[in-house]
Write a protein that binds this ligand. Structure first.
Ligand SMILES: Nc1ncnc2c1ncn2[C@@H]1O[C@H](COP(=O)(O)OP(=O)(O)O)[C@@H](O)[C@H]1O
Ligand SMILES: [Mg+2]
Length: 302
């Protein structure tokens, strides 16, 4: 299958602040990937690179094989940003028709997409006067109307009520099944698990886990942590909570009854950890264990 997004070795800094520290992320056509991680993990920066909004500093970023900084490539993208400002005077219909035309599609494409997203009745309304949840659906309609190959959504369900959330996920699932690649960030772990084919956990600008929702949910049960690392056995055995250390090819397997304790001690001190897996409990619990922080907290509004 074609990769609609291929990011390799992405590093990104804001001045002295490192936001991404060597991230790889590929998304195939028809695949939905959820980015999870605590605030400040680098999710928005990673999405910004894929949208072409941020210039890449190091590494490779390709959308459908080409640079998302090129206008022609950007037309293959549908984007819903964390903060979308809406003009006060334009109507929903005008905005979605405008988005269609900018993406090289007929203005008439707006009608079916408004219906798809369930906001046909909002067409004559001024977008700037709508509720946050309604605006979020307008943003989705604008992203979908260009018939994108890749959808990038940063915290798309903030402000949506339960029914609107459900409709939103249904819209995404339909597009995914029609072959669209999707990357979304969210802090709602259960929804990510329900909609995503793959969950990628970011922590301090690195990918600390990448697995199916089922694979991540199975984390912690066997109370075995496996990973690749440059640390030697003696150092690993000295970590608090580690009961045993075994080698399995290039992977190390740590036996423990306290995986959270081991990871909290291990991850901050070892920058060579890769392909980390913990066999055990619920997804949220696993994420806390992986990142040492709860992931479920709202983004602080600017
Ligand atoms: N414009 C910016 N200027 C300076 N630092 C930034 C800027 N944007 C993000 N950062 C920093 O980069 C890191 C990653 O941020 P971000 O990508 O927004 O993470 P997330 O979306 O996961 O919360 C954080 O430490 C954040 O403070
Ligand atoms: Mg963010």
């Amino acid at each position: 299958m074609t990769d609609v997004l291929a990011i390799r070795g992405a590093h990104h800094r804001y001045g002295a602040q490192t936001a991404l520290d060597g991230v790889d992320l590929t998304v195939a056509a028809g695949e939905c990937v959820a980015l999870l991680g605590p605030n400040g993990a680098g999710k928005t920066t990673l999405v910004g690179l894929a949208t072409g909004l941020l210039a890449r500093q190091a590494g490779e970023v390709a959308v459908c094989g080409t640079d998302p900084r090129r206008a022609a490539t950007r037309r293959r993208l549908g984007v819903v940003q964390q903060e979308m400002g809406f003009p006060r005077t334009e109507t929903v219909g005008e905005l979605v028709r405008g988005a269609a035309v900018r993406a090289g599609r007929p203005a008439a494409a707006a009608g079916p997409v408004l219906a798809e997203v369930g906001i046909s009745e909002l067409r004559p309304r001024r977008a700037g006067k709508l509720s946050g949840g309604q605006q979020q659906r307008v943003a989705l309609a604008m992203a979908l109307v260009g018939d994108p190959a890749l959808l990038l959504l940063d915290e798309p369900t903030v402000g949506l009520d339960v029914a609107a959330r459900r409709a939103f996920w249904r819209n995404l699932a339909q597009r995914r099944d029609a072959g669209v690649g999707i990357v979304l960030t969210t802090h709602i772990v259960e929804e990510a698990a329900a909609v995503a084919d793959r969950v990628v956990v970011l922590h301090r600008g690195r990918v600390v886990a990448s697995d199916t929702p089922a694979g991540l949910t199975a984390l912690l049960t066997d109370r075995t942590i496996t990973a690749r690392t440059a640390l030697d056995d003696a150092t690993l055995r000295a970590l608090p909570g580690v009961a045993s250390v075994r080698r399995d090819g290039d992977r190390v397997r740590l036996g423990t009854t306290e995986p959270e304790q081991v990871l909290r001690a291990w991850l901050p001190t070892d920058h060579t950890v890769a392909d980390l897996r913990v066999e055990g409990a619920g997804l949220e619990q696993a994420l806390v264990a992986l990142t040492g922080e709860p992931t479920v907290h709202e983004e602080v509004p600017a």
